[in-house]
Design a protein around this ligand. Structure first.
Ligand SMILES: *Cc1c(COP(=O)(O)O)cnc(C)c1O
Length: 299
């Protein structure tokens, strides 16, 4: 396979330089790779505007600080690098990732304090959790009985690459012909899926899990948009039974926004059609992408 097929178009900032994605490589001794000792964030660009960039920068800075890492730039410097990746990529719609890893210890010690943190950013074409057909008809989602890594072990509000629970869940879902998966917590309540949060709507009221999840920017956005649409929306405990018995279910992610779920483990949600609350939220979500209060132009 040629590099052109293996790598998407796009530009990475790595080792202080801007490079083609095929040239964006890290050391195998980087703890980001050896130990999943890393945090990251993903913001998207739609029609050459970042969507809610400030919220992503806040979350990323908090995550980096929580993990005792440091970034080589201040907030403005970080913004400049992300802008430059998008500019050089020439992409109008992009998936823009920023990563900070523990890095490499120059003396190969086992003490994380010896490591020199690595910062990488890249802009690649925008990608979706659900493809066009799935967005039109709604996903068939499986509720796995695999518990998400408990928040007492790994703080889920620090966006991380501890995904082996999600990956196991995905293989389980594929075995039962579902298209994606959501994991539970140790009490069997719903948490989140690989890169997305979940909402269930019942009798006009939307609920999303309160804890044990990454506080998604799209989740926050959906809560705000519900308010604008006069739909009651709360964070709380969401049981698997409540999801199965909901009128509507949707997922939220930077990778695709608000996306409908029409089946859980093959059984239709409500009448099995994409519901009215999901449709109104999705339309308003995309409208907000040109609102200067919620978006930043690539200059
Ligand atoms: C990124 C992610 C989400 C969604 O967050 P957004 O900020 O809306 O993209 C949800 N759960 C997990 C585990 C994630 O990694």
């Amino acid at each position: 396979m040629s590099d052109a097929l293996k790598f998407p178009p796009g530009i990475a900032y790595i080792d202080g330089d801007y490079r083609a994605m095929s040239e964006a490589k890290i050391s195998v001794l980087d703890w980001g790779f050896l130990r999943s000792d890393a945090t990251y964030d993903v913001v998207h660009v739609w029609q050459r505007r970042f969507f809610r960039l400030d919220k992503h920068l806040d979350r990323f800075s908090n995550s980096v600080a929580r993990l005792h890492m440091t970034l080589p730039f201040d907030r403005d410097g970080l913004t400049d690098v992300l802008m430059e990746c998008v500019r050089r990529s020439g992409l109008d719609d992009a998936y823009v990732e920023m990563i900070c890893t523990r890095g490499v210890s120059p003396i190969f010690s086992r003490d994380p304090r010896d490591a020199v943190n690595t910062f990488i950013a890249f802009a690649i074409p925008f990608g979706w959790v659900a493809n066009e057909e799935q967005r039109a008809r709604g996903l068939n989602l499986s509720i796995s009985d695999i518990p998400r890594i408990p928040p007492q072990s790994v703080d889920p509000t620090v966006k991380n690459y501890h995904w082996l629970d999600f990956i196991a869940g995905l293989y389980g879902a594929y075995e039962s012909d579902a298209e994606n998966v959501v994991l539970v917590d140790l009490d069997g309540n719903i948490t989140e899926g690989p890169g997305f949060n979940l909402f269930a709507v019942k009798d006009g009221r939307a609920v999303t899990p309160e804890s044990g999840v990454l506080e998604g920017i799209t989740r926050t956005t959906a809560l705000e948009l519900c308010r604008e649409l006069n739909v009651e929306a709360v964070t709380g405990t969401l049981t698997a039974a409540a999801v199965r018995g909901a009128d509507e279910v949707f997922i939220t992610s930077t990778a695709g926004g608000i996306m409908p779920v029409s089946k859980i483990d093959g059984h239709p949600i409500g009448d099995g059609e994409v519901g009215p609350v999901t449709q109104r939220l999705t339309a308003l979500y995309w409208e907000k992408h040109s609102d200067p209060a919620w978006s930043t132009p690539i200059d």
